[in-house]
Ligand binder design. Structure first.
Ligand SMILES: Cc1cc2nc3c(=O)[nH]c(=O)nc-3n(C[C@H](O)[C@H](O)[C@H](O)COP(=O)(O)O)c2cc1C
Ligand code: SF4
Length: 495
């Protein structure tokens, strides 16, 4: 692969030169500032009625490691403890939590219901205790924690890790093929009556979340899951499909219900701002025996069904509908914060979580991963101008690796985002935001995520997720050995 590794770039100037060789326009500061030096990342921001202490956010990341009844396990508790230690003042969701059992993405996904209320409360307490222990007695006063509510739609696996039990919004010309769904099988389409019941479940879940002490809930609309899929339901008949009002009705009705029953709770939405065609490997790479470079699936139709991409040219981003949606969220539905992501980890991961090394079911990157990061940052910047006064969290910063703080600070200073959200890097080095704010050397321990993708490959093969290569907790676990065996068997098979 011709792309340069970030670790090989020894100075920030080398990193900048490489960006300009790629033709990428991205602000990069010379060095990260500490809190006492006035870092933009240390500035508080008012979100609705709450003053959030700084501009670092933890993205939601599940570990496929809850109990079968949807309660946290020791691994889940540890992850949330680490989020509390991170120094981030915005904890976006922690992880996806299913509102109904059949909507789980895996049998070990957390679930929110009255039976699980006290265990979810313990999860929140663990996070807060860790925060207090690290940052002092009153440190939770400006800590803003929400819970991500989800239904996994097309990607439900509620009973067995290896068995998809999809509930789709509509038959999709390419995504159906990928999951082996017959275009005539209408039994998997979720009906309007079921959506109405589901809306009630979201509203009830929000009540529980508020009782527990979460300050906001995220009505997840990203990554190909049900909420996101409904947004592209151009061909879905009935009141939850078709025109813009129909495709966004599900979200609107949930927001209205939450405002009526839990007015004290803020509402957030994680949105895949744009999408693209699904990608697949172009055969096998002969040299490495691994899946080849990703290429878009062929689409012959005239009007592609994707949200935030041109219908007649779906490889191109089109932000017109996302902008309209965000305006309505802000002006009419009471949404106070959004977390902007893109695409889906299932069918176009290079636009969603750019990586140098793909997960086992992925493909070699079809572009320098930096291009994927910059695409997301530029889209968010455009949205910020078009929809001001709505707090926005940006995504896809992990790939910047040692230069993440330099980029984060510069993007914030330019006003192109409000919060810098971090995903994978916080699995390997969750202390990084606090280290940057204290002015410490965050590179010293050599725990910076290199996007090996084992945290995705693990669960794709039925294992718990975690940073196997860099976090000793997972390195020592038997699953690491299993993961190595799975990867080496796959490589042998493909040779
Ligand atoms: C192991 C793992 C679990 C994830 N779980 C969730 C999730 O529960 N909800 C969600 O919205 N995104 C989830 N994501 C996506 C991340 O929140 C984030 O968007 C993505 O990793 C890109 O950010 P990054 O480049 O900082 O890693 C997950 C990602 C990983 C690697
Ligand atoms: S396994 Fe660790 S190093 Fe690899 S992508 Fe995940 S968090 Fe990063």
């Amino acid at each position: 692969m011709a792309y340069r590794r970030i670790a090989s770039m020894k100075t920030v100037d080398e990193f900048r030169d490489y960006l300009s060789q790629l033709g990428l326009d991205l602000p990069v500061d010379d060095e990260p500032l500490s809190q006492s030096q006035g870092s933009p990342l240390a500035q508080p921001l008012q979100v609705g009625s709450f003053l959030v202490g700084n501009r670092w956010a933890v993205h939601p990341m599940e570990g496929w490691d809850g109990t079968l009844s949807g309660q946290p396990s020791e691994h889940t508790l540890r992850r949330w403890n680490n989020f509390g230690e991170s120094g981030c003042k915005l904890i976006w969701g922690g992880e996806a939590v299913a509102v109904v059992p059949e909507g789980r993405a895996n049998p070990n996904q957390l679930m929110i219901n009255p039976d699980n209320e006290s265990s979810l409360a313990e999860l929140l307490s663990v996070l807060k205790r860790a925060h207090v222990k690290n940052f002092g007695n009153n440190s939770c006063d400006d800590l803003f924690v929400g819970l991500q509510l989800t239904h996994s739609g097309r990607y439900c696996r509620p009973n067995r890790k290896e068995r998809l039990e999809p509930r789709i919004a509509y038959h999709h010309p390419l995504l159906d093929q990928r999951i082996g769904l017959s275009p005539d099988d209408d039994s998997v389409i979720i009906s309007d009556a079921e959506l109405e019941q589901l809306i009630e479940k979201y509203i009830q879940a929000a009540r529980i979340a508020s009782r527990i002490g979460f300050q906001f809930v995220d009505i997840k609309h990203c990554h190909g899951y049900l909420g996101h899929e409904l947004l592209s339901g151009f061909t879905r008949p009935g009141k939850y499909g078709g025109d813009f009002n129909g495709r966004t009705r599900f979200l609107r009705e949930i927001c209205e219900g939450i405002r009526a029953t839990s007015p004290e709770l803020q509402i957030g939405v994680r949105l895949s701002l744009f999408d693209s065609l699904p990608y697949q490997p172009s055969g096998m790479d002969e040299k490495s025996g691994r899946p080849g470079v990703g290429e878009p699936m062929k689409y012959e139709g005239k009007e592609y069904t994707g949200f935030g991409c041109k219908r007649d040219s779906p490889l191109r981003v089109d932000l017109r509908e996302p902008i309209e949606l965000l305006r309505r969220m802000r002006d009419e539905w009471g949404v106070t914060l959004v977390n902007l992501s893109a695409g889906s980890p299932y069918y176009n991961p290079h636009i969603q979580r750019p990586a140098y090394f793909p997960p086992s079911d992925g493909y070699q990157p079809p572009e320098d991963p930096l291009a994927g990061c910059v695409r997301q940052i530029q889209a968010v910047a455009e949205i910020k101008k078009a929809v001001p006064h709505l707090a926005m969290v940006g995504t896809a910063y992990t790939y910047f690796q040692e230069y993440l703080p330099h980029v984060a600070q510069a993007v914030l200073r330019r006003g192109d985002v409000d919060f810098v959200g971090i995903g994978r890097l916080l699995l390997s080095q969750w202390q990084l935001p606090a280290q940057v704010l204290r002015g410490e050397d965050y590179r010293a321990k050599k725990k910076i995520c290199r996007t090996f993708s084992d945290c995705t490959t693990g669960p794709r093969n039925g294992l718990i997720s975690g940073c196997y290569p860099l976090d000793d907790y997972y390195k020592k676990r038997p699953e690491f050995q299993q993961l190595k065996e799975i990867k080496s068997a796959r490589n042998q098979k493909s040779k």
